[in-house]
Design a protein. Structure first.
Length: 96
């Protein structure tokens, strides 16, 4: 999949594992979703996910809605990424 590196100002060809490796190496992965997404409780709605790592083993996902950063975030381990990190479903992937 294509991802735009906002730091180096170039487009990269990456896969899911490559994006996780970038996060482990202190980069941020920004997923712009094709439509708004809501959690199963109806509490949180977002259209952008910002993924980073805390220490190379723990990951954090922050949310945005219509350009506004939301105060909510979720914590994940490497195995959680199999269920929750879906760059292939994103409309656009950016690397910060």
């Amino acid at each position: 999949m294509k991802a735009y590196d906002t730091v180096n100002k170039k487009e990269l060809e990456v896969d899911r594992k490559g994006l996780v490796d970038l996060m482990v190496n202190n980069r941020e992965v920004i997923l712009v979703l094709p439509e708004k997404k809501t959690d199963e409780d109806g509490y949180l709605t977002w259209d952008v996910e910002r993924w980073t790592t805390v220490d190379g083993r723990r990951f954090i996902r922050c949310y945005e809605l219509e350009g506004r950063v939301l105060r909510d975030s979720t914590a994940h381990n490497l195995y959680d990424l199999d269920n929750d990190f879906a760059p292939e479903k994103a409309k656009e992937v950016k690397i910060g």
